[in-house]
Design a protein around this ligand. Sequence first.
Ligand SMILES: [Zn+2]
Length: 168
Amino acid sequence: MFRDREELLIWIAEGFADPRASVICTDCSKIFKTMEEIYIPEDLRGIYCEKCYQLERIDEITKLKQSIEELKNTPAFGKDCYLYVIYAGDGIHKIGISHDPISRMNQIQIGNHRKLRLTLSIVFGSREAARTVEKQLHDALSEYRASGEWFNISPQILGAIIFECLEE
Ligand SMILES: [Zn+2]
């Protein structure tokens, strides 16, 4: 590894000057004839031809996206939000999102003569992410809608539809 770009450039120049050596692409081993053919990434981890440099960059962007996704999935990121299913028995389910599904259920329990149960809660890194899946799910369940966020559907069919939505 090189301490700085200047050190790397000197090393490359020496490579060009030395008749026993050849300056090659770190990935594909293409032999460079001039400095203009060489692409150097910020972290100086190698020297690349244009083609390999572009591929490396795509790789970098993919890795960056992945790490953002991983970060979003950690509980500490932003305000967690849950997609929840509350079951009231007899196929009656409420599907919604909340930062605190248990408190939400306790609120709904007040004035509800049925004993409610929280049967599913799935954590999302943001309210927006939970909202997106909730919307998909509500659309997929439209034929089972009783009113608002309440649906009349067997738990088995509901489970299957939820996992279908999550896989998308
Ligand atoms: Zn190359």
